[in-house]
Design a protein around this ligand. Sequence first.
Ligand SMILES: C[S@@+](CC[C@H](N)C(=O)[O-])C[C@H]1O[C@@H](n2cnc3c(N)ncnc32)[C@H](O)[C@@H]1O
Length: 260
Amino acid sequence: MGLGMKASNLAQNHARQFGRAAVAPPEKTRRVQGVFDSVAAKYDVMNDAMSLGWHRVWKRIFTGMVGARDGMDVLDLAGGTGDITRAMHRMAPSARYTVCDLTPAMMEVGKKRLWNAGIAGVNWVQGDAADLPFDDGMFDRVVISFGLRNVTFLDRALTEARRVLRPGGKFYCLEFTTLPHAGAQKIYEVYNRVLIPQLGAMIAGDRASYDYLIESIARFPAAPDLCDMMRAAGFAAPDYRYLTGGIVAAHWGTNQPKLR
Ligand SMILES: C[S@@+](CC[C@H](N)C(=O)[O-])C[C@H]1O[C@@H](n2cnc3c(N)ncnc32)[C@H](O)[C@@H]1O
């Protein structure tokens, strides 16, 4: 076994953070699934409460940037209860949508919501973003909204997103980020750490899951660092835009195969 191989095995077996605990990678994935299994029924109500409704605005801007069009194949990765697919469907009702998520309970809620909204024909697939159950080059767009910070192997998830894109296809990520203004970031952290777990306890009866969510936000790479990771995964021209002063950021990059 070469040195490079050893290093990559080490990286893959290295303990991962789950909230404040360091756990083995498979255990992290299992616990993340447990969190979303536990919050699935209250997930949408909690989103409105935690973000004071802002997640709707962010998702509307984000899906406008994605620019799904009729005839495209679109993968909504970590698609959960289907918000992003629903928003894209309004713009491009004849695109082909696949939602892929780790947690069946989230997708069950999503299936009902989209069905009730009159949206049929979505392909729902259980899978891990770090090991996607799709062939190479199947999609024109891969989008992930508030999902990437939960995956155990962030670098692998980016590589997988690129693998399943067609040449010229685009990846878009919407995620919480670090505010560019240090003072504002401090106030925001206090809001997160104090209020969100309390809301989680009151509305969802589940403080621990929302403690995890806050930790996952605090530990996620800042926007320029995520761009560097996207570049390392092979995306061309990775870039980002802050929304609402940098509470969240939209990132994008293109699967531009290198010319030989
Ligand atoms: C915060 S929710 C976001 C749901 C939806 N995209 C949205 O914006 O409302 C995060 C989702 O990521 C999913 N998830 C977590 N880890 C994952 C992984 N490794 N692969 C695929 N999905 C994952 C969870 O099951 C959950 O549905």
